[in-house]
Design a protein around this ligand. Structure first.
Ligand SMILES: Cc1cc2nc3c(=O)[nH]c(=O)nc-3n(C[C@H](O)[C@H](O)[C@H](O)COP(=O)(O)OP(=O)(O)OC[C@H]3O[C@@H](n4cnc5c(N)ncnc54)[C@H](O)[C@@H]3O)c2cc1C
Length: 382
């Protein structure tokens, strides 16, 4: 189906992203996958190209346009070439962290952080998850105890995207452990703060080039000037921003599914068995038809959600619907496509093999499918 979401400016932006991907990503991606990390300089190249902080006001070096369609184009183009490690790294920076800084940072904090955010000098991360608390965010055990004008931070975070490269980390910590959700605050930890260190760079089933790490905070003195948002308001800030994170994941899910379908349709023409194209078997044709239908339906719902997000009317429930359904679709599509590739689908030289591994995490991070259904189910009154 023809998408009606974009206008000429978005199309130009897409062309610029495509050229960037061709020039700086495609030939390097295998090496980054093998090394488990993208080159740090890629962040500065993306910043120079104007891809970081499109929503950040121009006075701080950003694009000055708060329009999620630009965010969507960037991650779609990376997903399209089978580079989800990058769409998730840049997506985390632009789609997840940027709203916290734009909505919660003071003027002084914006001046300190946003220019580097846009140039790629400051790579960002958000550290919610801990070894003992993922879905149950209220269960975090990282503490921040009053210390002079600031806080003394102690705790360990895990699975943190951009963890190794990060220069600025929004850390979810308990500033008042007796106050439950109202005792959670967001503190910004910067690269050179004493007591902040990176733990392991984590080996994963897929998305090998994605920088995922443990972060350790041992008696880190976080100055009062690095509190982000309201003291004790951290949980509310997280709940407010999670829908945009979920939509970003859904954008990747549909773009990756669509790319996998394209590769598979081409293969179904090329590959012959029993004297005919494998796509001409009724089973193959039906599988392709089912996937094409479901991807179109997903895209339509997702595009509507993007417009709602831009209008400020996207509900957490609709974001949860988009997140679980598109990522579960991605899982089905990847599996079906791999099956249609036969044994070659399991070989790394075919992109479907990597996409099948890479896509699996989408149903887990940003809130699992089960947690999404909890959100929707509660809204239904159950
Ligand atoms: C590659 C990667 C990148 C990530 N990036 C980040 C990041 O940048 N920042 C960050 O903070 N976190 C990040 N995460 C963490 C991610 O968000 C969590 O892994 C996820 O939220 C699930 O938490 P958990 O792993 O602790 O699983 P658990 O919460 O232990 O869940 C285990 C299982 O129990 C189920 N379950 C839990 N509670 C319920 C319930 N109430 N009802 C029904 N079922 C339930 C879950 O659905 C799941 O199937 C990342 C994870 C990965 C793998």
């Amino acid at each position: 189906m023809q998408r009606t979401l974009f206008d000429a400016d978005h199309d130009d932006f897409r062309q610029a992203v495509r050229q960037f991907v061709e020039r700086h990503v495609v030939d390097e991606y295998d090496r980054w996958e093998a090394e488990g990390l993208v080159d740090r300089k890629l962040w500065n190249l993306a910043g120079d190209a104007g891809f970081l902080g499109t929503a950040v006001p121009e006075e701080y070096g950003g694009g000055g346009i708060a329009d999620f369609r630009y965010n969507a184009v960037l991650v779609e183009e990376l997903a399209r070439v089978g580079a989800p490690s990058l769409s998730s790294g840049f997506g985390l920076h632009n789609d997840v962290v940027a709203p916290y800084l734009l909505e919660l940072a003071t003027d002084e904090q914006k001046q300190r952080w946003l220019p580097g955010f846009c140039s790629g000098d400051i790579v960002t991360a958000i550290a919610m998850t801990e070894p003992g608390a993922g879905s149950d965010l209220k269960g975090v055990r990282t503490t921040a105890v009053r210390d002079g004008d600031g806080w003394r931070l102690n705790g360990t975070k895990t699975f943190i995207t951009n963890g190794i490269h990060s220069d600025l980390v929004i850390v979810v910590a308990k500033t008042d452990p007796s106050a439950g959700a109202r005792g959670i605050s967001l503190l910004v930890v910067e690269r050179d703060m004493e007591g902040f260190r990176r733990g392991r760079k984590l080996a994963k089933a897929g998305m090998h080039a994605q920088d995922t790490a443990e972060l350790v905070f041992e008696d880190v003195h976080v100055p009062g000037a690095n509190l982000l948002g309201d003291l004790g308001g951290g949980f509310g800030h997280l709940m407010h921003n999670l829908p945009q994170e979920r939509l970003s994941i859904a954008v990747v899910a549909v773009a990756a599914s669509s790319a996998a379908l394209d590769w598979t349709m081409q293969y179904c023409h090329e590959r012959k068995a029993f004297g005919q194209e494998i796509g001409s078997f009724q089973n193959s044709r039906f599988k392709l038809a089912e996937m094409a239908t479901e991807i179109d339906i997903a895209q339509t719902f997702l595009d509507r959600c993007i417009l709602e997000l831009n209008a400020g009317t996207l509900t957490p429930v609709d974001a949860a619907k988009a997140k679980w359904w598109t990522t579960e679709l991605q899982k089905r599509v990847m599996d079906t496509c791999l099956q249609l590739f036969g044994g070659y689908g399991y070989m790394d030289e075919y992109p479907i093999s990597r996409a099948w591994r890479d896509g699996r995490i989408q149903c887990v991070y940003g809130g699992t499918t089960e947690i999404m259904k909890e959100i929707i189910g509660r809204d239904l009154g159950f």
